[in-house]
Design a protein around this ligand. Sequence first.
Ligand code: PRX
Length: 635
Amino acid sequence: MSNYHIKHLEEYFQVYRKSVRNPEVFWEEIAEEHFMWRKKWDAVLNWDFKKPEVTWFQGAQLNITENCIDRHLQTRGDKTAIVFEPNDPKEKALHISYKELYERVNKFANVLKSQGIKKGDRVCIYLPMIPELAVALLACARIGAIHSVVFAGFSSTALATRINDSDCKMVITSDGSYRGAKTIDLKSIVDEGLESCSCVETVLVVKRIHNSIQMKEGRDKWLQPLLDEAYGECAPEIMNAEDPLFILYTSGSTGMPKGMVHTTAGYMVYTAYTFKNVFQYKEEDVYWCTADIGWITGHSYIVYGPLANGATTVISEGVPNYPDWGRFWEIVEKHKITQFYTAPTAIRALAKENLSYVEKYDLSSLKVLGTVGEPINEEAWHWYNDNIGKKKSPIVDTWWQTETGGIMITPIPFSTPTKPTYATLPFPGIQPALMDENGQEIHGNQVDGRLCIKFPWPSMARTIWGNHQRYKETYFSAFENMYFTGDGALRDEVGYYRITGRVDDVIIVSGHNLGTAPIEDAINEHPAVAESAIVGFPHDIKGNALYGYVILKETGESRDHDNVRKEINQIITEHIGPIAKLDKIQFTSGLPKTRSGKIMRRILRKIASNETENLGDTSTLLNPEVVQEIMDNVL
Ligand code: PRX
């Protein structure tokens, strides 16, 4: 018997020990007892981090939608699978039962088929947070098409890059989206992006905001009439365990985003098992994760993890401050939310507002609170604990990544004693290691180093779409025989982990993972810019904000700096999206560089963060004089 549901600390340690001593037996029991298979596996795990190559449940056959929907029909057919809470509180919330979800997914799957989509084809989904988004994911999974969701805040250029990288045949979008009091014309962003994508044959359009849009003859089709015609049963495509389920892009250290490929069986088993334990989900609970489905958090813990457990999961379309800053708490009261999962940046923004927004609402239904996406600072942790959890609901500070597919380091609520700012202990099956700069593992407690994972886990990304070499270089080359996370961490006296932040060129802004390279590439497109460097600096709400150092070309003309700043942010918005805009832009005559020409970001980071007492060793710089100039002109 597997310990599917961990209930106390002793049990956690027992389960953890078993998962490490005998990982294959451990995962096999979970897979066997809690999922529906068309055919069982030949081998639980094959792995070689040198290649790197990892397979879980090789030889097994299944369809994840049978696990997320069909198998619940007998026992939970009328139970609400999805609660949709619209942007406008005056619009009625929608309760979609498992039976209704079954019908919606099957019809949508038949529409995809009727448009020529087959197993293995890539479908790009660019939708707001409406039920069709979750249904579109599941419809792709039903027929074995690989979904690639692009967050609907990305620009047309960013969208086109992602569509072309994975050769998507179809785009699913909407006539627009609501965002607080504003509307966004998503369809024209798609139209603009598709001017440079010859691979896309069909665009399916969901009607959401009822504005008038351009429909391109032969390419663009309204979804609803096709659904009206579609048959409500679609036999699930039988998938192999290691067939790709989806691609999701994340930033990296070059301009090209990395299309992380997640496969079917391992991802399903791990997201379901973590969901159950990290949120201690019980049958009657109503779970709400505020993330967007456009990020991994939404894939794993709005859609697949909850539905695989027959849970009720909330999809909310709106923003935390519309119509006012009480919106989250209004939703908690209205739907009697039991588990609430959000990001530190949202907590910090909410904590700045008057407490009366919280006090107006009855939050007594809450049992477990979660955070994800970046380190949570102590002040925000206490505000969340005191005012939302009323010191009764444990906070699960969950550390994980797009690449890991599921939660990796986290307290188990009611079992693991929490500690502010600590993600605490590894989830069963996860074997973390802290490494020093020479590639040696650091043993013992009260130490810090680079966070690696020593052993495979079922939901790890298997490759980067079309670029296995980059996968190897990014994750398996820094440390021998280890997966390198890109994060730094410390381990305290009892073995709890605290994630200290990125140690590479990725900056987390409001929980969004932004690579410096793509932003610098965008800035350098400005005709007046010769070179640029981006660093992060601490920000009250966003966690980090972006600081740009820009060298202008010598043209002899004088330029209005404020105009150039505006234009630079405009270009960034066009290339990536408003999330990557710079808060500060300093013009400089040079950048501190090593003799090999590498920008010393460490120095730029310190100057931008006002930590100039100790800049560290600058003797290896090619141009040390520029440091003083930059310090004198810091913004
Ligand atoms: O630096 C870590 C930070 O977010 C990175 C992963 O970002 P992304 O792939 O966008 O996925 C975010 C949602 C899973 C990590 O490398 N991070 C994530 N969660 C935490 C965190 N940092 C500290 N504490 C966390 N709980």
